[in-house]
Design a protein around this ligand. Structure first.
Ligand code: URP
Ligand code: ZN
Length: 459
């Protein structure tokens, strides 16, 4: 059925105007004032509300076997949570370890998502080793439309690559025109600091941050940037968390290194004091890179507003407190790293950014949707509102007031890292390729509507 969204205020990364949007056959076909539409059109009145392009989360883990356990969301729960929060496309890490065959991992991640996602999705292909078969396998993945890679400098011996492997991944990516995303922390330094802290009897979650201080990340960021520079590839630093790493990335960019920067919602909203909460509660806030100081947080907001930070993702990594985070009760290095956020990213960024005066509304759309779509080969199909784009639309009610809570979330996790936090708006309607999937915080659509997005290399 055709769809009309009328009377809303359309906001994109670079424009703002009042108009109706008419969608037919999954795409936007007309935009203009007081559109006349045929009988049988589904009409949504967006008066008093914003209409944003569907939001794109460039950093998501749904299926994640990690640190001796398995993440809690399925593609069913994760994608419906994403949509309730206004995210209509996510890019998931295909996260095989160095012991797994890359093509088998790619097939496994695809099979987990296929037919189970309510929103559209793509993958970053994880590269955890580089042997004689890897280049051909990665070429096949790129031919299949997965045109971004992910490397870890952390998690040595599991996900992590060494320098020879890093060089080879970047050189291949340069040849193929593929962007390489990187978790940039110095793995050896982390291992030394962890061992030292544990030997001193420092076993609680509050010691996670001291085991991965800002120098670990600044060094990892500058190391990755050096390899990007030497190979001439295009790099993207994921979940950059602190001023020191920002300075390292900016120094590389200022000498011409082709490097994009992502930050993630936990680092913008939460700080290190959360991981210091007593009675092991701090374990809920263990993620890597760790939560940082308020000064670091201010640096991230500033760089985001300026556009030096390109994108805001989640690094959604859903682990329960009971039974999963608790695995690290006696040893913080055994706490599964990650915080669930796919449902809350857009509302938190809107509330603590736009509504509280820290972030321009166009930069908000750009950082949470448009720029990720551009960097990862999805634009203009995703990330904007224009004729011919997919009809992924978020009618957003800025008058809504509510609080985040584990008791009301759809993410399949037994706690919320944002429990009790106020939000100043939420999506009232969310569409995926012209079909209404969410109304007023409730998923009401087709749980299998999501499609794997095949992408072309960007450069
Ligand atoms: O703590 C995190 N970030 N968990 C997920 C895995 C990763 O490092 O991205
Ligand atoms: Zn990471």
């Amino acid at each position: 059925m055709p769809l009309l969204i009328k009377n809303g205020e359309i906001i994109t990364g670079d424009s703002r105007f009042r108009a109706d949007i008419y969608c037919e056959g999954e795409i936007i076909t007309r935009i203009g004032p007081a559109l006349k539409v045929p009988p049988g059109t589904e009409e949504i009145d967006a008066a008093g509300q914003y209409v944003f392009p569907g939001f794109v989360d460039p950093h998501v883990h749904i299926h994640l076997p990690f640190m001796g356990t398995l993440s809690k969301d399925t593609h069913t729960t994760g994608s419906q949570a994403a949509l309730i929060g206004g995210t209509t496309t996510f890019i998931e890490m295909c996260a095989g370890t160095r012991f797994d065959d890359p093509l088998e991992s790619y097939g496994l991640w695809k099979s987990k998502a296929a037919g189970n996602s309510a929103c559209d999705y793509a993958f970053h292909m994880g590269v955890s080793r580089f042997d004689t078969t890897t280049a051909d396998q990665l070429r096949e993945v790129v031919r299949d439309g997965t045109t971004s890679f992910k490397v870890y400098l952390a998690y040595k011996g599991f996900f992590g690559v060494d320098d020879e492997e890093l060089f080879k991944v970047l050189a291949l990516a340069k040849e193929l025109g593929v962007i390489v995303t990187a978790h940039a922390e110095n793995a050896d330094l982390i291992a030394q600091l962890q061992a030292q802290l544990l030997a001193e009897g420092k076993t609680g979650p509050e010691w996670h941050e001291p085991s991965r201080p800002v120098q670990v990340e600044a060094d990892g960021t500058s190391h990755f940037a050096t390899f990007v520079e030497a190979t001439g590839a295009k790099g993207y630093v994921v979940h950059l968390s602190c001023e020191a790493a920002l300075a390292a990335a900016m120094a590389a960019k200022s000498r011409g290194v082709d490097l994009a920067i992502e930050c993630v919602i936990p680092h913008l909203i939460l700080d290190a004091s959360y991981a210091e909460r007593p009675d092991f509660e701090g374990a809920k806030y263990v993620m890597s890179p760790p939560l940082r100081t308020l000064r670091d947080q201010r640096a991230l907001w500033w760089a985001l507003e300026q556009g030096f930070i390109d994108t805001v993702g989640t690094d959604h990594a859903p682990f329960d407190f009971r039974g999963q985070k608790e695995m690290g009760r006696e040893d913080f290095t055994q706490i599964p790293n990650g915080i669930a956020a796919i449902e809350d990213r857009v509302n938190l960024l809107y509330t603590y950014g736009v509504s509280r005066g820290r972030l321009d509304i166009h930069r908000f759309v750009d950082a949470a949707s448009t720029r990720a779509a551009k960097l990862f080969g999805l634009f203009p199909r995703k990330g904007t509102i224009q004729i011919g784009s997919d009809a992924d639309l978020v009618v957003y009610d800025p008058r809504y007031r509510g609080k985040l809570s584990a008791s009301t979330q759809v993410m399949n996790v037994d706690y919320s890292g944002y429990e009790g936090m106020e939000i100043d708006g939420r999506p009232s309607v969310v569409t995926v390729r012209g079909a209404v999937q969410v109304r007023d915080g409730t998923f009401i659509g087709d749980p299998t509507r999501g499609e794997l997005l095949r992408r072309e290399p960007v450069s």
